[in-house]
Design a protein. Structure first.
Length: 475
């Protein structure tokens, strides 16, 4: 009897994923670094399935490869659950933010039982976005046991960012490789299409290629690189080599021509700089200003380079602007778009991908391009209130702390983590919908977990040495 698959890449990847899941379970402090390695590599591995294969991978093989990172997350969460059962308590003392995130996670889980769309849509929707809320609780558990966990994660994120940037610029200058074109033409990705039609419509604009590097789209690439920059900013950029890496990664962000990632990164840097000024953290405010200046300079560089005209045309094109306006109009005017209990998790993007008919038009899948609209449509008014209660509480709590003029690396990490969260919410609520993408959802909930871990400890009476004890420095 033959093996279910003869694709060696699939078997090797599966074996490595099982080993990584074991590491995440038995060495919980390494769970997040291992998870981020898979977040940065899973989408590239799925394309490697097309490299040198005598036949294209099946749909099952393709989506199995995409599910492998979830094994690591499941193993780590299982370890947290087992430890909690043994000790009959959580590894940390819950606070208000924990309860708010828990309520949103519970509501997202309950939306799996919403009967408006098929169970397949709901389960796929929970897998694509809802389950990653658990990353918040993983961060809380790891941080309570290992105050230096960021030191292990930072090199992984920086290395992934540098590799992704280098390959993205290579793609932009040289073009897609044959196995990548095979992937785009396979019909297994929403980015491509038979005969290159989808490629021409979604990747090439005005003769310029928007690189996606090791991720599934240029948007995911831009956002992930933005997260890397913000984590580096929070970790105190001191040495010239570190600034060189930040500059390189910013070149990658600007080259993606993902305007939504630009909005996120720009707003996050501004929020971090503003928070630093309120807290009188001169070093963070200075570094934020330098980062923003470099970012704008990289956009200027690509604009005046050899492909400047194409770059500026694509960067200034309205694109799907009218769809965003339409999304808000439907949210306001169509009762099916703002039900109190929603239409079920996954009912917007997953239903579109699976060709499920829409509630507004039974014959056509209506698609939103705004994350706020998605949340209301899928999780209802109740879910939207639950989600934004998290961010509003975080903003209020952090602002209250900043007014006390605290200083030190701990407060700087809190400022940067909160800036990431609020920057994501700002972009997701206005110009894009991104929290159903794993390379964006995981860093988002991780940043919120960082904020949740620091909030209870950043007390007014804590001295500078107490505040500096657990945050790494890149000096």
């Amino acid at each position: 009897m033959g093996l279910p698959s003869s694709n060696s890449v699939l078997w090797i990847s599966t074996l490595v994923a099982v080993v990584c899941a074991a590491v995440a379970y038995f060495r919980l402090r390494w769970a997040l670094p291992v998870l981020f390695i898979w977040i940065a590599s899973a989408d590239f591995l799925k394309r490697i399935l097309f490299l040198g294969a005598s036949y294209p991978p099946t749909e099952v093989e393709y989506f199995w490869m995409l599910a492998l990172p979830d094994l690591i997350l499941a193993a780590a969460i299982l370890r947290v659950g087992v430890d909690s059962l043994k000790k009959r308590s959580l590894p940390w003392r819950p606070g208000t933010l924990d309860y708010l995130v828990g309520a949103f996670f519970l509501w997202s889980t309950l939306e799996v039982f919403n009967p408006t769309f098929s169970l397949t849509v709901r389960l796929a929707g929970f897998k694509s976005s809802g389950m990653y809320v658990a990353v918040y609780f993983l961060v809380r558990a790891v941080a309570s046991d290992d105050p230096h966990w960021v030191r292990r994660l930072l090199p992984v994120m920086v290395a992934a960012g540098v590799i992704a940037t280098a390959y993205g610029i290579f793609q932009a200058e040289v073009g897609f490789q044959e196995f990548e074109l095979d992937w785009l033409d396979s019909g297994l990705t929403a980015l491509g299409g038979p005969g290159g039609e989808g490629l021409g419509l979604t990747i090439n604009w005005f003769g310029i290629v928007r690189p996606f590097s090791i991720f599934a789209s240029h948007e995911q690439l831009g956002w992930f690189l933005g997260f890397v920059v913000m984590i580096m900013l929070a970790s105190r950029i001191k040495r010239p080599i570190t600034w060189s890496l930040v500059t390189l990664i910013l070149f990658g962000v600007s080259r993606t021509i993902s305007r939504s990632s630009w909005v996120f990164l720009g707003s996050s840097i501004l929020l971090a700089g503003s928070g630093a000024l309120v807290a009188r953290s001169k070093s963070l405010a200075r570094d934020a200003g330098i980062c923003l200046a470099i970012f704008l300079a990289t956009i200027g560089f690509w604009t005046i380079s050899g492909s400047g005209e194409s770059y500026s045309q694509r960067a200034s094109a309205l694109g799907s602007y009218e769809w965003r306006i339409y999304s808000f109009q439907e949210l306001i005017n169509d009762p099916a778009w703002h039900k109190p209990l929603g239409n079920g998790i996954g009912s917007m993007w997953v239903a579109w991908r699976l060709g499920a008919p829409g509630t507004a038009n039974p014959d056509e899948r209506i698609l939103s391009h705004v994350g706020l609209v998605d949340i209301v449509y899928e999780l209802g008014i109740v879910g939207a209130i639950a989600f934004h209660s998290i961010t509003l509480y975080l903003a209020w709590r952090v602002l209250s702390l900043l007014r006390q003029k605290l200083e030190g690396p701990r407060i700087e990490m809190l400022i940067a983590a909160s800036a990431i969260v609020l920057g994501v919410v700002a972009a997701n609520s206005t110009v894009t919908t991104i929290l159903m993408f794993r390379p964006i959802a995981v860093p988002f909930w991780m940043a919120l977990g960082v904020a949740g871990s620091l909030l209870p400890q950043t007390l007014p009476h804590a001295g500078p040495q107490d505040q500096m004890s657990s945050i790494p420095s890149s000096r």
